[in-house]
Write a protein that binds this ligand. Structure first.
Ligand code: HEM
Ligand code: HEM
Length: 245
């Protein structure tokens, strides 16, 4: 057993940006109502996270060994067997994602995309999307808590600090289980594309009309009403001021 590289740099950057972004979007949504000056940041962060997820989907097909979906696509039998093992204290250690964390990962990816779709629909005026959006946000919160508890359990059971693994990319393992490189150039491309996307979102936002024209899609969203303009401004949302319901 040696210290070997298992998580490439794009995967690690994706992970911590996703975790940090989720917390930021969630906190902003709960402390700032949709009329607050900070609220557009909620959409900026949420949309950028969904864009990162799309890039991660591509990386799931062309990325390094343990970043590929093929390496952590487990059937229900494998998942149940693994969870039974965890319950009885005999859960085996995996070099890549284990069947338990793989479930959380696919849930995360779907939930982030669902939040972006319902967020966009809300900005387009759909009231129904609001309930779904909130439900997805809380489902994501529950998944994240389960994820972190799972990490804590693994850390304790296997005496292995896997949170650190997601930072430096290394684990103990057989030399032939290592990935070939950290892919720093792809990491730079990932950051550049995400930055470019976020910048296009900011450039597409008009603070006076509170309209956001989405990059790539081109759709225009109305983010709340323009102050002092009565019923003008796209008709999204209501008149009440209670933002924290
Ligand atoms: C709160 C928001 C979080 C989200 C949305 C999140 C999401 C994810 C995702 C999507 C992956 C898969 C990475 C990939 O292959 O692309 C992952 C894996 C991982 N995350 Fe998180 N994470 C969060 C918080 C955390 C925290 C706080 C820690 C550390 C304490 C952590 C530690 C890990 C580890 C160690 C893995 C690898 C798990 C394995 O061995 O299968 N995560 N997480
Ligand atoms: C990480 C992704 C996201 C998370 C965790 C998240 C979470 C939330 C939460 C918890 C709420 C509060 C619901 C309530 O209390 O009424 C909310 C509201 C909202 N979100 Fe998101 N959201 C995300 C992404 C997005 C995106 C991408 C958009 C738009 C493009 C968006 C637009 C909105 C809007 C318009 C509201 C309604 C605010 C209001 O009327 O009070 N969100 N979001």
């Amino acid at each position: 057993m040696k210290r070997i590289l298992v998580w490439d740099l794009p995967t690690r950057l994706f992970h911590w940006l996703l975790a940090g972004g989720f917390i930021a979007a969630f906190v902003i949504a709960n402390v700032a109502g949709h009329r607050d000056a900070l609220f557009p940041v909620h959409m900026l962060v949420g949309l950028s996270l969904a864009f990162m997820v799309v890039l991660r989907l591509v990386w799931g097909f062309v990325g390094t060994r343990y970043a590929r979906f093929r390496s952590f696509l487990f059937g229900p039998k494998a998942v149940l067997g693994y969870l039974r093992g965890v319950a009885s204290g005999t859960g085996e250690r995996h070099i890549g994602h284990n069947p338990g964390s793989s479930m959380a990962i696919f849930a995360f990816l779907a939930l982030f995309l669902g939040l972006a779709v319902t967020g966009i629909l809300m900005g387009g005026g759909s009231e129904a999307a609001e309930d779904v959006h909130e439900l997805l946000a809380y489902a994501l919160l529950v998944t994240a808590i389960a994820h972190v508890l799972g990490i804590a359990l693994h850390t304790w059971r296997h005496r292995e600090n896997i949170a650190k693994t997601m930072v430096d990319g290394h684990k103990e393992g057989a030399p032939d289980a290592a990935i070939t490189g950290a892919k720093p150039v792809i990491a730079l491309v990932f950051i550049a594309l995400t930055g470019l996307f976020a910048w296009r979102v900011v450039a597409g936002y008009d603070a006076t009309t509170k309209q956001l024209t989405l990059p790539l899609i081109g759709q225009t969203l109305q983010l709340g009403k323009v102050e002092g303009e009565g019923e003008h401004g796209g008709g999204h949302h209501d008149d009440h001021d209670d933002d924290d319901d």
